[in-house]
Design a protein around this ligand. Structure first.
Ligand code: ADP
Ligand code: MG
Length: 698
């Protein structure tokens, strides 16, 4: 056994404790395995030498072979720089250094032949290369040989001489130490079927590409590897739940469900809602534990689906709970559900962080003895003090995702594992859903309740506010209400709060004959509630806020969403915000206000918003534009989705292929017990035992 995961890089020649420490802190590299999985983020082709006379201003990094004719120090003080006149006989180009002048003068000799590598830029009609890499031609084999990998390095790493090239050297040392022998990670039969490069060759070529073609093959193989094992793991976990874990059987559709459905349901369910309720009913009746993700765009009516499911739990003598990510949202759910059920005899409680001690002392025992049937709350629900008498269904409304850990804690709330239903309003592109929720069954509510008019979205520049105010006044005169949202972005809070306060003042002035209220995250919960209530009750016509309303309230009378500094929001966040309006029968509007100066990407984002109301299209576009790493509202810290090479935005096909392969294998050999599949079991253990088990979502 090579045991790559347990051999520390600290003892490698050229590393040592200090560098090892920095590598650990800045790049999470501890073991041989970690280092070999630290892949370059780009490659530069150094297979070709350019001539000085070929240089133009549009080139990427290039290399040339030639001599420095002479050095010249020009400028004074901060403008002081060293210029080396470099020539290969076809022309002369300036090499420029602003720092380390004496080092260069000491090491680089005019008249000697060098390889120079850098990016040419144009300045005052001539070309120059600032801070080029310079190597003596004798080292050509080493430095100018084909594709050169570039590794991410932090400032601290660079200072400790751990630059990109040093990382590549360490890769070389490791591979030499293990004599370039790496274990294959896939069974033979699979490798033959997928016809990809072997694992050892892929690792070698990812760090030391022999050719562009080999590099492409290596990347494909490693992406497949990564995605395949995630899928194998998720499908296994999912199967385990589906087939091995006993769920509380809910065989009965009884009075609670039927009475509500027949007598109190205020409208007909959409056919999508009906379909999803059927899917849930069949899960709950199966005797297996349900783990279902309900995806539906904002306003698609998930709450009602959750309520019907909770009533099924009650029909089968179980309790149900619903966990929301914020207090406002929990309170709103509580109000909505209490209203739906007001004619029925159902005991409902609200439990949040700000539930008073006196109330808490009444509620907790009533949950424990089963008197309270439905509990709605925030993560206060998963505190140790909360214990259920018979929790049968946990609904998790995660417009923003709960951490894996938080979710799993609901498991322990009953003697048996409750059924779990996760509702998400962030439309998740298929590739991402497959990876994040690959172990769950998925239902999609892909239809909005009838009578909704599509929201009209427009983009306006912030220097035309007079027109905006006129428009808003007309809407208010029709009896409608208006949201005005300001960004609040980490690292910029002080300024953001100032903008919010300034904005509030302006709106109060311009709309002095109306009531304007304000909500933001720094307010005391009681004040926040009070301001919010003004808007919900219709007393205030305009609500100025930070994004706290994003996950919030349902005010059907609100017809306009104004998003200030829209250029600073991500696509899915803009879409979430827009979803706050358009809930009534009236025409609604979303107005994206931005400054005049926009980057191409930002302009594109706003165009997408103006162009479509479809949450899934937006999520796909978001994923494509930003990569999965920071797909906001979907991925937050703690998700543990730490992909080293695959990119969910562009590797959808590889992902699908990897999932298909994993499915075929697990269909034949569910526990991977056959001899040929032993290697899969081994690898799963290495990959998924040490990390938090994020596959075990609920
Ligand atoms: P979501 O949580 O999916 O964003 P909600 O559950 O808050 O959406 O529903 C949005 C609004 O639509 C609510 O006012 C709700 O009462 C209403 N609604 C839900 N289902 C229907 C339906 N089938 N017909 C008409 N209105 C509905
Ligand atoms: Mg909702």
């Amino acid at each position: 056994m090579l045991d790559l995961e347990n051999r520390s890089i600290m003892y490698l020649p050229g590393v040592g404790p200090q560098k090892a420490d920095i590598l650990k802190k800045d790049a999470h590299i501890v073991s041989f395995g970690d280092m070999l999985y630290y892949f370059p983020y780009k490659y530069v082709d150094r297979s070709r030498f350019y001539k000085v006379c070929e240089v133009d201003g549009n080139m990427a990094f290039i290399q040339m072979k030639g001599k420095i004719l002479y050095f010249d120090v020009v400028g004074e003080g901060r403008k002081k720089r060293l210029v080396g006149k470099f020539s290969d006989g076809t022309g002369v180009i300036d090499l420029v250094w602003f720092k380390g002048l004496s080092y260069v003068l000491d090491k680089i000799y005019p008249g000697k032949e060098y390889i120079v590598f850098g990016k040419p830029t144009e300045f005052g009609g001539t070309y120059n290369i600032a801070h080029p890499d310079i190597d003596p031609v004798e080292l050509a084999d080493k430095v100018a040989n084909g594709l050169i990998p570039y590794y991410n390095t932090s400032e601290r790493m660079k200072k400790a001489f751990l630059n990109s090239r040093a990382i590549q050297n360490i890769q070389y040392t490791i591979l030499n130490t293990i004599q370039w022998k790496l274990p294959e990670t896939l069974p033979d039969y699979l490798l033959q079927q997928i016809k990809m490069m072997s694992f050892p060759e892929a690792i070698k070529n990812i760090h030391f590409p022999e050719s562009l073609e080999k590099l492409n093959q290596a990347q494909l193989r490693l992406k497949f590897d990564e995605l395949f094992y995630i899928q194998l793991h998720l499908i296994q976990v999912g199967n385990y739940r589906r087939f091995k874990l006993k769920g509380i059987p809910f065989p009965v559709v009884g009075d609670y469900f039927n009475t509500f459905y027949k007598e109190y349901l205020p409208f007909e369910l959409t056919s999508a809602q009906k379909r999803v309720v059927r899917e849930i009913r069949s899960d709950l009746g199966s005797g297996r534990q349900m783990n279902r993700l309900i995806q539906g765009d904002v306003g698609s009516g998930k709450t009602l689906v959750a309520l019907l499911s909770m009533l099924l739990a009650l029909d089968n003598h179980c309790q149900a709970c619903m966990m929301a990510p914020t207090e406002i949202l929990a309170t709103q759910h509580y109000a909505t559900i209490s209203k739906f059920l007001k004619e029925m005899n159902v005991q409902i409680a609200l439990l949040t962080g700000s539930t008073k001690r006196k109330d808490r002392e009444k509620i907790l025992p009533a949950i424990a003895n089963g008197h309270i049937q439905i509990v709605i709350g925030t993560h206060a629900l998963i505190e140790d003090t909360v214990s259920f008498s018979s929790l049968g269904l946990a609904v998790i409304d995660e417009q923003h995702r709960f951490g894996v850990e938080q979710r799993s804690r609901l498991w322990t709330k009953g003697h048996i594992v409750p059924h779990v239903m996760i509702m998400t309003a962030t439309p998740i592109p298929r590739t991402l859903a497959m990876t994040l929720y690959g172990d769950l069954d998925v239902s999609v509510i892909d239809e909005l309740p009838p009578g909704r008019k599509p929201i009209q979205t427009v983009h306006r520049y912030d220097n035309r506010s007079a027109e905006l105010y006129d428009f808003l006044k007309k809407e208010i005169q029709k009896g409608h209400q208006i949201y005005v949202v300001y960004p609040l972005i980490e690292g910029n809070e002080r300024l953001d709060y100032k903008n919010l306060e300034d904005g509030f003042k302006i709106f109060k002035e311009v709309f002095s004959e109306y009531t304007v209220c304000m909500v933001h995250g720094k307010m005391k919960p009681a004040d926040k509630e009070a301001e919010m209530r003004k808007f919900v009750s219709g007393k205030a016509q305009i609500l100025v806020s930070t994004t706290v309303i994003e996950v919030g309230v349902d005010v059907p009378n609100a017809s306009v969403m104004v998003i200030q500094s829209a250029e600073r929001f991500g696509l899915s966040q803009l879409h979430q915000l827009r979803g706050r309006v358009g809930r009534g029968a009236e025409q609604s509007y979303c107005i994206l206000v931005s400054s005049y100066k926009l980057s191409n990407e930002t302009r594109k984002r706003l165009e997408i918003m103006v162009g479509t109301n479809n949450g899934f299209e937006i999520a796909e576009a978001d994923l494509r534009m930003r990569g999965h790493g920071d797909l906001e509202g979907t991925l937050q810290s703690g998700d543990g989705l730490d992909l080293k090479i695959a990119d969910l935005g562009s590797d959808g096909q590889i992902l699908q292929y990897a999932r298909d392969m994993a499915e075929i294998i697990l269909n034949k050999d569910p526990d991977l017990l056959s001899e040929t599949n032993g290697i899969l079991n081994e690898r799963l253990k290495i990959l998924f035992s040490k990390k938090t088990n994020w596959g075990l979502i609920s």
